[in-house]
Design a protein around this ligand. Sequence first.
Ligand code: SF4
Length: 370
Amino acid sequence: MSFYESFNRLKRLPFEQLWSSIREEDVRRALQADTLGERDLAALLSPAAEGLLEEIAQKAHEVTVRHFGRTMLLFTPLYIADFCVNHCVYCSFSAIHDFPRMKLSISEIEEQAKIVAKTGLKHILLLTGESKVHTPVSYIRDAVEMLKKYFSSISIEIYPLEESEYRELYEAGLDGLTVYQEVYDEDIYRQIHLKGPKRNFQYRLDTPERGCRAGLRSVQIGALLGMGEWRTEAFMTAMHGQYLQNKYGGTDISFAIPRMRPHLGSFQPNCEVSDRALVQVMLAYRLFVPRAGISLSTRESPKLRDQLLRLGVTKMSAGVSTQVGGHGEHQGDAAGTPQFEISDPRSVQEVCDMLRRSGYQPVLKDWQLW
Ligand code: SF4
């Protein structure tokens, strides 16, 4: 049994009816509860909760400080290849776009690693487009083995793997996996993933579980907010996260809350997600799965990131480039096409300074590989 069975039950819920049936007292009941159920989660995401966001934020802040203290884990992505066989309408790396593709050699990755390591960061997220032909598991494994020299925690965001392949990378030194379902609405999923192996909805949905079973220490999931109706998407994501945390107690489960950003191509999201909606989603995740990490990326502006850090965020990226070879002086000519535009270009030092001014401790290392 996997989350797919639960998902098949959940997707039949009459969501429109559910949202309109929830009253303010249901939200207040969810706020008082120690352990939240499905109905409480729906209450926190409902229109009725919009007038109570201040109270919900206060509780979310308390819960976050209780479980994580006033700390913020920092990491940065390292793009090592942008070849992709999928046609995702919202991404610059889609196979449909014609631009010179890049793949770094292991020594080029090492050059990038040295630049990032100088910032003091110890957590790195290795990214590729999704092409097993251009970036096979053996290439990822070689990169992980080299990166151990510079970083104490290595995560990947690449194409979905088999459990045995995750185990191979785990044995090489990998400890984290990020994989976004993108959208939990199966019809929209088919409409925005036009070609390629990513069209297999269930295989992707089961991916975080394969990573957990392979022994990975941390697994991050998320929906790309704006693709489908955001309340339902957030509800499904939260249920997915809770399922993983209950079933795989040895794995740290975390949520990302990405919103669409400008990219090559003209696709526009189906559903607008305002800043208030983003906050409501984050607060609901925090209260429904209190021990889950929440990651806020540079897709959001410095102002919004600074405001949200007290409300439930536990991880932030800093010193970010979304280009292959984009760290350091290579930026520009020798770097690739950005996967998407970022909104917060601040360096690691600038983000650390902002956190300290806000009364938070930036954490550059909370894990050491053996
Ligand atoms: S979202 Fe991922 S799979 Fe889709 S085009 Fe971009 S890199 Fe490829």
